[in-house]
Design a protein around this ligand. Structure first.
Ligand SMILES: Cc1cc2nc3c(=O)[nH]c(=O)nc-3n(C[C@H](O)[C@H](O)[C@H](O)COP(=O)(O)O)c2cc1C
Length: 166
């Protein structure tokens, strides 16, 4: 069964290289999602060091991206039907709430927010030290008001359940 195109985005959070593929990307592919995987530049070397990049690429016919396209190149895929951004660092949550798209991952997410029928689920992974920042609650509230589903303490598999519920 093909569910549609799922934008999967990961950022530089501790442990991501150990679970992102096995607990999120592979189960998503097994459930029938076609994957459009985009990584922040921070996390790419983490996946590289863990020998994960090729394994992620093997899950999808679409290029795993972190570089923006050249002006001469067409968009490599349409806006996904849904997004999961997990784990989302405090840095990327703040930028997303402000609409900053200074890397390919944030550009893709920014373009997905507000698209009718495109569910965007964000799972921040941020320590209390990071969440203490005076703008943290405002960032989460801004995203929530924009229709983004912000969840915490959810197992990666449950993120997929969220997409599949109405
Ligand atoms: C080993 C390591 C683990 C980190 N874990 C987290 C984390 O869990 N959450 C977080 O918000 N930042 C974490 N950081 C800091 C982010 O990687 C840093 O803010 C970075 O700029 C995030 O970039 P990105 O949002 O573009 O991926 C960690 C940094 C390192 C080196």
């Amino acid at each position: 069964m093909t569910r549609g195109l799922l934008g999967l985005v990961a950022s530089g959070c501790g442990g991501v290289e150990t679970w992102f593929r096995t607990e999120l990307a592979e189960p998503a592919a097994q459930r029938g999602w076609r994957l459009a995987i985009t990584l922040t530049p921070t996390v790419v070397p983490w996946f590289e060091e863990a020998d994960e990049l090729d394994k992620l690429q093997a899950l999808t016919d679409l290029e795993v991206r972190w570089h923006p396209r050249m002006p001469s190149q067409p968009k490599p895929y349409p806006t996904p039907d849904a997004f999961i951004f997990a784990p989302a660092s405090a840095n990327s949550v703040a930028k997303l709430a402000l609409g900053i798209g200074d890397n390919q991952a944030l550009t893709a997410l920014n373009e997905g927010i507000g698209v009718e029928g495109c569910k965007v689920v964000v799972m921040p992974q941020a320590s209390a030290d990071k969440r203490r920042h005076p703008m943290w609650d405002t960032h989460v509230e801004t995203l929530t008001k924009a229709g983004v589903v912000v969840v915490t303490d959810v197992a990666p598999g449950a993120l997929l359940d969220l997409l599949e519920s109405s």
